[in-house]
Write a protein that binds this ligand. Structure first.
Ligand SMILES: Cc1ncc(COP(=O)(O)O)c(C=O)c1O
Ligand SMILES: Nc1c(O)cccc1C(=O)C[C@H](N)C(=O)O
Length: 408
């Protein structure tokens, strides 16, 4: 057995999270190595049965009664409270629903309104939204529209340059915790503090960090945050996203989408809008119950699993994968875009190479599933709950084979 294969065996044997893998449906019989949980998390074993119960019994038999008897109406806050400990938030600050894009809109417009209501005339002069220049596109598009609607200008800035770009005019700053392309982890505590020092409000997109590493929303005084649940939280394709509004800001949070579900008395059916207190101010319309309850079932895999243990394994996995790539792939054939320092790394490894699209196509054909991001990036996502060290070794080995086939 080769040196990396032996190491993988030892690391898997010592892995305290190894048993979690059995909670997921994976292609155990075949050669499949699933390294795309940073795009779509794997299916937890318990989800199909729970969804079947929701459909057949709750919907099929209880019908309308399920809004109360099966807890449908309160699902957005209840499931928000299940996500809260995973991102370092106390209960009552997260509401689940809508897509990440929609929540980015609520959060960014909400942040501008908070900034303007904060300090009277000075607040009104705040007319700039700063956005992560390297952001996942949807955040940039939505921020641009939010800027137009609020009479702000949009200023794209690379995250490391954000502190120098802030000023008296900055109303809101929208940042990604982990860069979707490179896997770079940004310094949430320092950037949040810098935004606050400028008197502005920060919105963090946690899509690529929630469920992969500790976030510490409350600890670091984050104002607003959004994230999806279909990556490291394994909620399923298109599962609803979430919105965090810090408790102290909730009374002043003025949602740009004040639907009837966030009304103080939704069944009062009154013509005038009066916002509900607390996290449910972030709700809009009728929740997507089937998807939402699939997510609730998926979150059971976190029972008794500390995020810190997940982070430790994530770093060990990405370190080991990089070691294997170094051992197997000829020098210079790939370039690692993911930072080496642990404090700057999320839970994925991105390698740049020639013909990356073709390389990933061949890898997937051979059972190593990562993804390709235009123009030259191979992304390998490591979900510690179900990826093991042997997977990392096998992926690096197959990468070397495919790279050899596609030229020196
Ligand atoms: C950082 C980030 N934000 C937002 C999204 C997507 O938003 P939505 O859930 O609205 O499709 C993704 C991935 O799809 C993402 O990686
Ligand atoms: N949300 C996705 C979808 O609906 C289809 C395909 C991929 C996705 C993704 O999540 C992409 C992902 N955010 C990325 O980091 O590229």
């Amino acid at each position: 057995m080769s040196e990396p294969k032996l190491r993988a065996k030892e690391l898997d044997a010592a892995d305290g999270l190894a048993a979690q893998r059995a909670e997921f449906v994976l292609d155990e019989g075949g050669e499949a190595v699933y390294l795309d949980g940073n795009s779509l998390g794997a299916l937890p074993v318990a989800v199909p049965g729970r969804v079947e119960d929701v459909v057949r019994r709750q919907w099929g038999e209880l019908r309308i009664r399920s809004w109360t008897e099966s807890g449908w109406w309160t699902a957005p806050e209840r499931i928000g409270d299940r996500i809260a400990p995973l991102v370092g938030a106390a209960a009552g600050q997260i509401v689940v629903g809508d897509s990440t894009s929609v929540n980015v809109f609520k959060a960014v417009v909400g942040a501008v309104r908070l900034a303007r209501s904060a300090d009277g005339a000075a607040g009104l002069a705040r007319d700039e939204i700063v956005v992560d220049a390297t952001t996942f596109p949807t955040d940039g598009y939505i921020a641009e529209s939010a800027a137009r609607m609020t009479g702000c200008t949009l200023r794209p800035v690379p995250p490391s340059e954000v502190p120098d770009a802030l000023g008296e005019r900055t109303a809101a700053v929208l940042l990604n915790h982990v860069d979707y392309r490179t896997g770079r982890l940004h310094d949430l505590p320092a950037l949040t503090a810098a935004v606050h020092a400028a008197g502005a409000y920060v919105v963090w997109d946690l899509c690529h960090s929630a469920g992969a590493l500790p976030v510490g929303l409350d600890e670091h005084g984050v104002d607003l945050a959004v994230g999806c649940t279909y990556k490291y939280l394994n909620g399923g394709p298109g599962s609803p996203a979430y919105l965090y509004v810090r408790a102290e800001l909730q009374d002043r949070f003025d949602s740009p989408l004040p639907g009837w579900n966030s009304h103080a008395e939704p069944f009062g059916m009154r013509p005038g809008y009066e916002p509900a207190p607390g996290a449910l101010r972030g709700r809009v319309g009728t929740p997507d119950i089937l998807s939402m309850l699939a997510l609730e079932a998926a979150l059971d895999v976190w029972d008794g699993v500390p995020v810190e243990a997940v982070r430790a394994k994530s770093l060990a996995l990405t370190d080991f994968f990089l070691e294997c790539v170094e051992a197997y792939v000829p020098e210079g054939r790939v370039e690692c875009l993911t930072p080496a320092p642990h404090e700057e790394r999320g839970s994925q490894v991105t390698l740049r190479c020639r013909d990356a699209g073709e390389v990933m196509r061949r890898l997937i054909e051979r059972g190593v599933v990562g993804d390709f991001r235009h123009p030259d990036a191979l992304r390998f996502g490591f979900t510690p709950l179900y990826v093991g060290f042997a997977d990392a070794e096998r992926a690096a080995g197959m990468l070397a084979v495919v790279l050899a086939e596609t030229g020196p």
